[in-house]
Design a protein around this ligand. Structure first.
Ligand code: GLU
Length: 411
């Protein structure tokens, strides 16, 4: 089932807890604007290439639409809509005064040179610059896009609009108006949420066994941050390799090895494992930090973690969820667990608009307070209504969105 169809199902099941009228349901299920277009860019060999690209502005009742742009060969309209819907919930849940959006370009970035990626980034903005801006829709990094891409995108936007507009794009390099700690914000937010969750569940942090699937921006930074806590990271994987050591892995050595060899292959201090094996590990916490739908009904039965912290967007499919729940596994949902990125993107936008820049301590202090507040609210709805964490998060977010839509006279 596609992620976007899943959303329809999830919304329908919310009706048991939130009074949603037919008109409101239609409003929630339909994105405000979907831009689907072709991007033409020049390859290094001089040939022209045309690829598909998208920008979905899902809902703006709480503020300008906001969300990343991913470069990936599986990017498509349905998935972009689902991701934009999740951004809408994420902002509503965590008190970020933005709506939700998402974008993507269907390419395999691994096979492209920096100059090709620059031409794609610029071409993407050329196609949408009239539809975005600091008070309209604000792109940011996502899967396989980085501050480097954001710098090209912001530069292109400023050229086309003939003005300085750092608040049009977030996740920029610090020297171009990016926020301190934006690069680690998704991971750091996830760690704040996890530590608070362990406390709530009465689980000791010391020697908590953790497995991380995916070693990109979110997964690698989560590993680095967790290494400073007294926990054991026993397994990690990336898209092509993985390693396991029940005594705990040295994150420093893992990062060094991956930088040198491009994968975990040949890492000496542990056994090699596959992605499928990592999901089965007997751990306290499993952190999927890669792509959508990695835990499915086929493999959910063999998951052995107590908690799943969704650092990726949509890693658990709706069919997998029932199986995991039956096994008593607690899922800390993506709209909460990975909201640190957009929370600090909002701080970046505030700093750009005021021209006053904060130090890392200020950014992280605010992030901790804001994301833990959202967790506390979600957790108390979970207890009160006796629902899972995802349903609780959806209840908080959807009620807020519908309140705003009602006051605007939209539903
Ligand atoms: N791509 C990130 C997400 O999925 C960050 C979005 C943003 O900063 O706008 O939450």
């Amino acid at each position: 089932m596609s992620s976007f169809r899943e959303i329809g199902e999830r919304l329908e099941s919310l009706k048991k807890f939130v009074g949603i009228t037919d008109k409101e349901m239609l409003f929630l299920k339909k994105p405000m604007k979907t831009l689907a277009f072709k991007i033409e860019y020049e390859k290094d060999n001089g040939k022209k290439e045309v690829v598909d690209a998208y920008r979905v502005q899902y809902n703006n009742v709480l503020g300008p639409t906001k969300g990343g742009v991913r470069f990936h060969e599986k990017v498509g309209e349905e998935e972009t809509k689902a991701l934009a819907f999740w951004m809408t919930l994420k902002c509503a849940l965590t008190g970020v005064p933005f709506g939700g959006g998402k974008g993507g370009v269907r390419i395999n970035p691994k096979g492209l040179s920096d100059s090709e990626l620059e031409r794609i980034s610029r071409s993407y903005i050329k196609n949408i610059y009239k539809d975005i801006g600091p008070w309209k829709d604000i792109p940011a990094p996502d899967v396989y896009t980085t501050p480097r891409h954001m710098a090209w995108m912001m530069d292109e936007y400023e050229k086309l609009t003939n003005k300085h507009a750092p608040g049009a794009i977030t996740g920029k390099p610090v020297v171009l108006g990016g926020s301190k700690a934006r690069d680690i914000a998704t991971a750091q937010g996830g760690v704040f949420v996890l530590l608070r969750m362990l406390e709530k569940l009465g689980m000791k942090k010391e020697k908590t066994k953790i497995a991380i699937q995916g070693f990109g921006n979110a997964g690698m930074n989560a590993a680095k941050i967790l290494a400073r806590e007294d926990v054991l990271i026993v397994g990690v994987t990336d898209s092509k390799s993985g390693v396991y050591n029940e005594e705990g892995l040295s994150v420093k050595s893992l990062v060094k090895h991956k930088e040198k060899h491009g994968s975990f292959k040949g890492f000496e201090d542990g056994e090699s494992i596959s992605n499928a094996e990592l999901l089965k590990l007997d751990v306290d916490v499993l952190i999927p930090a890669a792509l959508c739908n990695t835990i499915t009904k086929e493999n959910a039965g063999s998951v052995n973690a107590k908690i799943i912290l969704e650092l990726a967007n949509g890693p658990v499919s709706i069919e997998a969820e029932n199986t995991l729940e039956e096994k008593g596994i607690i899922i800390v949902p993506d709209v909460l667990a990975n909201a640190g990125g957009v929370i600090v993107s909002h701080y970046e936008w505030v700093q750009n608009n005021t021209g006053l820049y904060w130090d890392e301590k200020e950014v992280l202090g605010r992030l901790k307070k804001q994301i833990c507040k959202a967790l506390d609210e979600t957790y108390s709805v979970k207890q009160e209504k006796k629902v899972d964490m995802r349903t609780a998060a959806y209840i908080v977010a959807v009620e807020k969105i519908l309140r705003a839509a009602k006051l605007r006279g939209l539903v």
